[in-house]
Design a protein. Sequence first.
Length: 190
Amino acid sequence: MISDHEIIEGCRKGKRRFQDLLYRQSASALLVICYRYIGNRMEAEDVLHDTFIKIYKGIRNFNITDNGSLNGWMKRIAVNTALNYIRDNKKRSFEVIVDEEHTVDIVQDDDDNVYLLNDVEPEVIMKMIAEMPEGYRAVFNMYVFDQYSHQEIASSLGISINTSKTQLRKARLFLQKELHKKKTGIALTA
């Protein structure tokens, strides 16, 4: 088995064999990340392509001591590339009209949400996430899957911390409604 160090060195030298190996080992995991943010398979594949261009260019400067694990570094590139894609190509704002009155009353606590999600197939959850409005989806992915703080999310997306928190609440509300509808066939109303 070829080590990460050998793959990194081969990629630094521009050897196609090592670039192909790196792609085969990590493309599916990185595509999942891109899809979680983008919500459209074809666009996610475009973002994956851009991600690998950045990986191949940036690997020359990759240092495990400074950048952490190779997989973690590549995941960060995928997240940032997806966020850049959303900002550059979608031209949509992450700001939403806040309707705190309904959101706070309906959203359950984290333990209840985790319990509900454990009863649903991962493919169904991914589909629900893909159907979220972009702002909800970006904040939800960053907070839940990539473990960014609200401060980091706000900084990355150019929004306020309160907007990040609101988007997360609304994303959870969205999931709660979708899960309820899936289980009962009845849509929750605000």
